[in-house]
Design a protein around this ligand. Structure first.
Ligand SMILES: *Cc1c(COP(=O)(O)O)cnc(C)c1O
Length: 457
């Protein structure tokens, strides 16, 4: 048995290039070979299990191996799998669009499908620019984005992401955009305490809009959580204020809810916390419960009808992907949403979050835990060398890499973002699982994290 596994892993090493990975780190170790997944657990070929505490990159809101979703996919597959989506249409895509319009913020009326988060962002950016061009304002082709914002790894998405540490080699290819400060309260550049400020960090936005609104098509934002930028949870009031400022100008608002959608923040969409709706909304990740790649860019009537005209007027949105609106993926998404609703998973969250919060409270005094950020099922711990000065660990120490490897010995997955460790737990998590996972974390944090951090101070 183990010989066969090793053989396979040798082939992995020989042929496969993994994402976000320095492959040389695997010169003397293998990737973890998973052979089965069920609920919250992953099982490897050696008989170990791991709680999938990051929901397999934030997708598995309902956990793994959900029979109802699989059956919906199989049923669809027996009928047809994929139909080109120009000139043809089908029930799963239509029904899903109808459902998405029903559950997303008011004002959003039309769904454009694509395959993944990054493509849904590219679609949003192109729609925003062409919207203004179709209205005769060709100069409005720039974007505003937030420092620490992340919108994907394609060139357009990278151009409006504020996580430049990932993108350095490509800088010369990215188009110019306007960056505003991150609402990163723990490391406030204006030296204010969280909840005790006048959102001074929005002043640059006011200036940029005042001077450049004629050039700006849209602002793109991850509402309430800058996810890949370090699970930076920020106040609703900040975003309400930001939106009110932007609405004074002819500038569209794009919400990237690829990470926050489908219950993550305690509501079905983070947008529900806000006074106003965005003009464009991107969803992906949890949309199909991580069964197949699918994404949607959802827009208002106002935007849709700026493209709707005689063909020869040249207003058509010439964009599409081969797998647009894949029928099996759409069926999986319909079933995912249906199950979230039927099982009342969002409604049942507060009870679970109360249990979680009791644990989180205790971690505040932990050595090396500088900040704890929490919204919905997202819990993040920012590790610092010195809690008083908030001094960071040296990058060369690779604290996060060491922690991510050692956490597996404790049956949990801590895949850090910089020196931020996080949980992104599924909505289906049981209270007993919360208790088990957080008890493990407590044991782990008080021993392993301390050892690793201490050894690197
Ligand atoms: C993951 C993510 C993306 C990119 O999605 P992919 O499917 O990985 O291309 C974009 N925006 C946010 C907020 C994300 O979390």
């Amino acid at each position: 048995m183990n010989n066969k596994v090793t053989e396979l892993l040798e082939l992995d090493r020989k042929y496969v290039w993994h994402p976000f990975t320095q492959m040389r780190d695997y010169e003397d170790r293998y990737h973890v070979p998973i052979i089965r997944a069920e609920g919250m657990k992953l099982y490897d070929a050696y008989g170990n299990y791991y709680y999938d505490t990051i929901s397999s990159w934030w997708c598995k809101v309902l956990g793994h191996n959900v029979k109802d979703i699989q059956n919906a996919m199989i049923e669809q597959m027996r009928n047809y799998e994929h139909i080109m989506f120009a000139g043809f249409t089908h029930e799963p895509a239509i029904k899903l669009a109808q459902k998405l319009i029903e559950i997303t913020p008011r004002g959003l009326e039309h769904v454009f499908y694509s395959d993944n988060g990054s493509t849904s962002v590219e679609v949003a950016l192109k729609i925003a620019v062409q919207y203004w061009a179709n209205k005769g304002r060709k100069d409005k082709d720039r974007f505003v984005f937030l420092e620490n914002g992340y919108h994907g790894d394609t060139l357009g998405a990278m151009s409006v992401s504020g996580t430049s540490q990932f993108f350095e080699p490509y800088n010369s290819l990215l188009f110019d955009s306007f960056m505003i400060p991150s609402p990163y309260c723990y490391r406030c550049k204006y030296d204010k305490a969280e909840g005790d400020c006048n959102y001074e960090c929005l002043a640059p936005l006011r200036d940029i809009l005042e001077t450049n609104h004629d050039k700006i098509a849209a602002i793109i934002i991850e509402p309430l959580v800058q996810a890949a930028g370090g699970m930076i949870v920020y106040p609703v009031e900040y975003l309400d204020t930001l939106m009110k400022i932007v609405k004074q100008y002819d500038v569209l608002i794009i919400f990237d809810e690829i990470a926050t959608g489908f219950g993550r923040t305690g509501k079905l969409f983070a947008s529900e916390y806000l006074d106003e709706s965005p003009d464009i909304l991107c969803v992906s990740k949890a949309l199909t419960n991580g069964t197949l790649p699918l994404a949607a860019t959802i827009v208002t009537d106002e935007i849709y009808y700026a493209f709707y005209d005689d063909y020869l007027k040249g207003k058509t949105f010439f964009h599409g992907h081969t797998f647009t609106a894949n029928a099996i993926a759409c069926s999986a998404a319909i079933k995912t949403i249906e199950l979230i609703e039927k099982r009342r998973l969002v409604e049942k969250l507060p009870q679970k979050l109360r249990v979680m919060n009791e644990y989180i409270e205790q971690y505040k005094d932990f050595e090396f835990v500088g900040d704890i950020r929490n919204i919905g099922t997202i819990v993040a711990f920012e590790l610092v060398k010195n809690k008083k000065t908030k001094e960071r660990f040296k990058k060369t120490k690779r604290i996060s890499w060491q922690i991510s490897l050692s956490s597996l010995n404790y049956h949990i997955i801590l895949r850090p973002l910089g020196d931020v460790l996080y949980f992104n737990l599924p909505l289906c998590i049981e209270i007993s699982e919360i208790k088990e996972i957080f008890s493990i974390f407590e044991k782990y944090a008080s021993k392993e994290i301390r050892n690793i951090c201490n050894g690197n101070c």
